[in-house]
Design a protein around this ligand. Structure first.
Ligand code: 137
Length: 250
């Protein structure tokens, strides 16, 4: 039994299991996120994964055209775009992912509460290059199976952790791209100290993504000092897309 299926998360996961599979014939190749994070760093820029998010349980709300936003992020130097497709509490949709995939050439993350292989099939078909897997909403066995399934498409999984126990599970399952989410899924509070400690505990072989609550270049610098290789930023870029340039330049 996953350790975290309570309240709104339980409902979101149940919805995910029932959600119909969307079938398309994918035409573009799968882009590799990890080498791109490395080359962006080597070129002296911050690898920023810019997130398209319309609303969230913490009260965030911003209405923007998905394609215009994605193009602006690409032009501003984002390494990838994260598209929230969860439709009940985040106001996301598969259509956003599909439209963005047709209009940009950088890797795309399908950010959802992925618990079934059908959702992974959908991610691939719609044009995603990597897929979020949240340790807390899966059993270790499910995580391991989904990780293998994602990779069978040539895609990568961004495996999201929130504490040491999550990290141990992610490492045991062979995750090589790990996101530390500083936002607690149940209380919705941002815990930056905890996230930084966890970043410091990660082995150097893992590509590390700092997620949530990032609003300034100073925070990016601090997270970089603690070992973060890439930065997933939603709210502050949705509110002010122009910030992408300063986040990338650092
Ligand atoms: P941000 O930069 O907007 O603080 O965070 C970006 C990203 O990590 C975040 O949007 C996650 O994809 C999902 N967010 C939220 C949540 C997950 C669970 C509960 C609340 C939220 O409020 O964004």
């Amino acid at each position: 039994m996953p350790r975290y299926l309570e309240g709104w998360i339980k409902e979101v996961v149940e919805n995910a299991k029932r959600r119909p599979y969307v079938s398309r014939s994918r035409e573009k190749p799968v882009l590799q996120i990890v080498p791109r994070i490395r080359t962006t760093k080597e070129a002296g820029f911050n690898p920023v994964i810019a997130e398209y998010k319309r609303k969230s349980p913490s009260g965030f709300s911003e209405d923007r055209d998905p394609v215009l936003y994605a193009r602006e992020m690409e032009k501003g130097g984002a390494v990838a775009i994260s598209v929230i497709t969860e439709n009940t509490v985040f106001g996301g949709s598969y259509e956003y992912l599909e439209r963005i995939a047709r209009n940009v050439k950088i890797p795309l993350l399908m950010k959802d509460f992925v618990v079934t292989e059908n959702q992974v099939d959908t991610a691939y078909d719609l044009g995603a290059d990597f897929v979020l897997l949240i340790v807390r909403i899966l059993t270790e066995r499910e995580l391991s199976g989904l990780l293998e399934y994602v990779r069978s498409y040539g895609m990568e999984a961004l495996v999201e952790v929130h504490d040491r126990e999550d990290l141990d599970i992610a490492l045991r399952c062979g995750a090589s791209l790990i996101g530390v989410n500083s936002r607690d899924l149940l209380t919705l509070t941002i815990q930056k100290e905890m996230a930084m400690k966890l970043l410091e505990q990660m082995p150097s072989t893992v590509t590390k993504v700092a997620e949530s609550g990032i609003e300034s270049v100073e925070e990016i610098r601090l997270l970089k000092e603690k070992g973060a290789d890439a930065f997933l930023i939603g709210s502050s870029l949705m509110r002010n897309p122009d910030k992408i340039k300063e986040f990338v330049k650092g």
